[in-house]
Design a protein around this ligand. Sequence first.
Ligand SMILES: [Zn+2]
Length: 108
Amino acid sequence: MALIHCPSCAKRISDKAPFCPHCQFARTDDPESLERAARIRQIKHNQSLMTHSFIALFAFVGGFALWWWGGEAADGWRAPAGIGLMSAGFVGYLITRVRIVLAKRSKG
Ligand SMILES: [Zn+2]
């Protein structure tokens, strides 16, 4: 028994399995189905990247709101919490943007 990569979700599955146990993709040698599966995987990957960038943006805005609530810089626990959330959101957003660019470039 050998392990191969599922054409749909790219997880490792047995070459004897007729279905992928992770995504229920029916294994096939038909190039058209394989290409369609690859395209669906690409779309799902792009969607998850978009979700990540929304979460990061939300964290950034939320952190700013926490820090700058009421029009002045917060003191006490809200300052480090807000600035921390804002930085995490900003860095996360940048990383996600880079990953989106790389994903687009690798597509050809
Ligand atoms: Zn799969």
